[in-house]
Design a protein around this ligand. Structure first.
Ligand SMILES: [Zn+2]
Length: 441
């Protein structure tokens, strides 16, 4: 999900960011019109002369030069933003440590009560608030002004700020809770904290993913049951035919925030649900909605939620090991001037987060590739289930209104957490070609 609250929490519990990328199992597109009839370009029509490459080009050519330049710029600007976010975060950590503001925040927390867990909780809450406030200039540029300049946002500044405050409240609560637990583990397990810390983080992750559809997502959007319609019938039919025990489909008012079309799978076990947004419902043909929903069902049936949690748990274990190694080295050198005692001291949290962000910045291609592999699987699954190669190709083209359509191989490897638009259209046309003799129109 293009989440509203993650960006404001720059630097807090990575767990929340990871749970965020789990719900990023979704498709987003820029809605461009209200027509609901599937358009198949001439070069992509089924028949004797159908050719995979020509059909792919016919779809790619739907994107005007102007729109292509714009989506390339949006995407490439996003690469730079990743770098600026990283550098800004390091600067923030340096500021908190170097000015001893972090040490003062700890001293303040230690004046309240006798319990250490309470000190940790209070320090963490201060940290989340201060980190959010200090990174606000970047957040407002990235989340508000930039989105509006690309016509991706629909919110007024006031409404957007309202969402930011909600995010902050969620971040303070969940972030402080998570950090209190992790610090308890760090103090208890001493040298092997990174192993136990990974275990606790995975449990926290499971907890957050589990509660998010019920307690977090509704803070930002209204979720409702999709009313009876031929579309609902076809979605439920796909679900039942594929062993999904769902008896409902949800939709939500994403148009409150943005013009993007999206759907997602969220939750875990008892709370799992598949939701689509109103932009998708209102602005695409039923074939496109079916293609997207079948993709989301793929995430569910192929157990992508639990698999991603395991994958990210492993990535996190290496990250914590790196932090364990780097923290003590940094402390030997600067610990005194920062007034940070040891790794169990909350005043060292900015250093902890800075090291973790260095690791995750370097691991960007790895984390993106983990997600991309699952997305490709869901694409394939979705094509087989919905049997709507043209609906899928059309949706991939809409997505390319704000995602660069043809990245180079390295660019794709490093920055893409979904297959590129071109790859998706091509995949759909291969499927279409192979099913020409069968029952596809
Ligand atoms: Zn997906």
């Amino acid at each position: 999900m293009k989440n509203k609250w993650a960006p404001t929490l720059a630097g807090i519990a990575l767990l929340i960011m990871v749970s965020f990328s789990l719900s990023a199992a979704e498709e987003q597109v820029v809605a461009e019109k209200t027509g609901v009839v599937l358009e198949i370009p001439d070069g992509a029509r089924a028949g004797q002369s159908f050719n995979i490459d020509e059909a792919t080009e016919a779809y790619i050519n739907l994107l005007s030069d102007e729109n292509r330049a714009r989506s390339d710029a949006y995407m490439e600007g996003g690469y730079w933003l990743e770098l600026w976010n990283f550098v800004y975060g390091l600067g923030l950590a340096w500021l908190l440590l170097g000015t001893r503001l972090s040490a003062r925040m700890r001293n303040l927390a230690e004046r309240v009560g006798r319990w250490r867990w309470l000190h940790t909780f209070i320090y963490s809450a201060q940290y989340v608030v201060i980190a959010s406030v200090l990174s606000f200039p970047l957040t407002v540029y990235e989340g508000f002004f930039r989105e509006h300049s690309y016509n991706l946002a629909t919110q007024s500044f006031g409404a957007w700020m309202g969402d930011q405050f909600t995010s902050l409240a969620v971040g303070v609560l969940l972030g402080s809770f998570a950090l209190t637990l992790i610090y308890a583990v760090i103090r208890k397990a001493s040298n092997s904290w990174w192993i136990w810390g990974t275990g606790v983080s995975v449990l926290l992750l499971i907890f957050i993913v589990f509660i998010s559809p019920i307690y977090i997502s509704p803070l930002f959007n209204d979720y409702k049951t999709l009313e009876d319609s031929p579309l609902r019938t076809s979605i439920m039919s796909m679900a039942h035919a594929n062993g999904i025990p769902a008896d409902d489909v949800y939709w939500f008012d994403a148009s409150r925030q943005s013009t993007r079309i999206s759907a997602n799978v969220s939750g875990l076990m008892g709370t799992t649900r598949i939701s689509l947004n109103d932009n998708l419902l209102n602005r695409t043909a039923p074939e496109e909605v079916e293609a997207v929903m079948a993709h989301e069902m793929g995430h569910y049936v192929l157990n992508h939620g639990p698999k991603l949690i395991i994958n990210f748990g492993l990535v996190l274990a290496f990250g914590f090991a790196f932090v364990a190694w780097g923290f003590n080295r940094a402390l030997r050198r600067w610990g005194q001037s920062w007034d940070v005692r040891d790794i169990g001291d909350t005043a060292g949290l900015p250093l902890f987060m800075a090291l973790l962000s260095i690791y995750f910045f370097a691991a960007t291609p790895v984390t993106n590739s983990i997600i991309r592999v699952h997305e490709t699987e869901a694409d394939n699954y979705g094509l087989n289930v919905a049997r709507q190669p043209d609906g899928f190709a059309r949706v991939a083209m809409r997505l390319s209104e704000y995602r660069k359509i043809s990245p180079g191989p390295w660019e794709r490897f490093v920055f893409y957490d979904h297959p590129s638009g071109r790859d998706r259209v091509h995949m759909a046309m291969v499927w279409k070609s192979e099913h020409q003799q069968g029952d596809t129109p």
